[in-house]
Write a protein that binds this ligand. Structure first.
Ligand code: BMA
Length: 373
């Protein structure tokens, strides 16, 4: 049983400066959202929550089976963090974003299920290129300038944010509380594969995009979000912060890293990055996290303890680590999975990894939302 001393959640003073305020950036954040922020800050020095993208929706060899989860099938518990994508409230296919009530309803149910069991929810957004109306990877058509104030697509873009806002506001649990969501928009912006990536807008435009997003969601009455800044790989604190939108609009300092975590040979890169992010987060009163990682198809039987566990050890302080989704090869990409399934060669090592007292699955979580207080 882990007891959280939420009151002691302050940060040591910065040398020569004032201690950063450790609270969500949204002064009107809901009670549960504030509690989640405080809980993750309190846990992070000693515990890392384990997360998995799309965990409840499908897995290796199955789709849409209520209650099923590859993480649970292997390790006996659901993950502590559930990753989802805002894109899943829209109909698939090219063209303008079309809200799909049935898809949104499914997603809402999975989100509520995880929240009711005590898990944390994080959402990325692979938003299709809003000018080309294609997909998030369409970098041929410049889009950021067009959606900023004064751009041709500004008004249409705000309307799309409003749809996301309505979805966030609809995440109401039976106890009346709104599910806090760690929102991770415009992720991997240090890379060039998304239309919001480094080669496709200036740092000032990126910061403008971020701030416009936060302001619009607030204007829309959304107060159940923590905002996660989530780069791809980087080498220095300066590179990490190159497009940082500001301490007043970011709660979580995260990074996505599929490269440094590949093997013993690359691990020093991951270790360097986690040290940088944990130090920056602590000095700013923020939460540090490994917002995406994984080894596709897990060909290394001891990857969990030998590589990921070792990497996390380099700098204790990541509040969570999330691995990417387990595509069902029957109807999706082949061998595109990042958590083991029963019988997979790294399954036993995954169990060892999750048994480490520092790594938390859902059944080991304290009350993240201060429900009993
Ligand atoms: C990628 C892959 C794709 C997927 C996308 C958004 O990394 O997993 O198959 O469509 O993320 O979820």
């Amino acid at each position: 049983m882990i007891l959280l001393a939420l009151a002691s959640c302050t940060t040591p003073g910065l040398p020569g400066g004032a201690a950063p305020v450790a609270a969500p950036v949204d002064a009107a954040a809901t009670r549960e959202t504030r509690a989640l922020f405080a809980s993750l800050r309190a846990l992070a020095p000693t515990h890392t929550l384990f997360g998995h993208q799309d965990d409840l929706a499908y897995g290796y060899g199955w789709t849409g089976e209520p209650g099923r989860s590859d993480v649970k099938s292997v390790a006996g518990s659901y993950p502590a963090v559930y990753g989802w994508d805002v894109g899943d409230i829209f109909a698939g296919g090219k063209g303008p974003l079309r809200y799909d009530a049935a898809k949104a309803d499914k997603l809402r149910k999975w989100i509520l299920a995880g929240y009711r069991r005590g898990g944390a929810i994080t959402m990325s957004w692979h938003m299709p290129n809003p000018v080309a109306q294609t997909d998030a990877w369409d970098v041929a058509m410049p889009a950021v300038a067009a959606i900023l104030p004064g751009g041709d697509h500004h008004a249409a873009f705000l309307t799309e944010l409003d749809v996301a806002a309505r979805f966030f506001r609809s995440l109401r649990a039976p106890d009346g509380s709104l599910v806090p969501v760690i929102f991770r928009p415009w992720h991997e912006q240090t890379g060039n594969w998304f239309w919001w990536g480094a080669a496709h807008c200036t740092p000032a435009q990126f910061v403008g995009l971020w701030r416009m997003t936060v302001e619009r969601l607030r204007r829309d009455g959304v107060h159940n979000l923590l905002y996660a800044y989530s780069t791809d790989v980087f080498d220095t604190p300066t590179a990490y912060l190159a497009r940082y939108p500001g301490d007043d609009v970011v709660d979580v300092l995260g990074f996505d890293d599929y490269h440094g975590i590949e093997s013993r040979a690359t691990l020093p890169q991951f270790e360097q990055r986690i040290r940088i992010v944990v130090a920056l987060a602590n000095s700013r009163g923020k939460i540090a996290a490994v917002t995406e990682t994984g080894l596709q198809a897990l060909p290394d039987a001891t990857w969990w303890t030998d590589i990921l566990g070792r990497g996390l050890d380099a700098a204790p302080g990541a509040a969570w680590v999330l691995v990417w989704r387990n595509a069902n090869p029957a109807n999706d990409r082949k061998e595109h999975f990042f958590a083991p399934y029963p019988g997979q060669k790294s399954a036993a090592d995954f169990v060892d990894f999750t048994r480490d007292p520092r790594i938390l699955l859902e059944d080991e979580l304290p009350d993240l939302y201060a429900r009993r207080r």
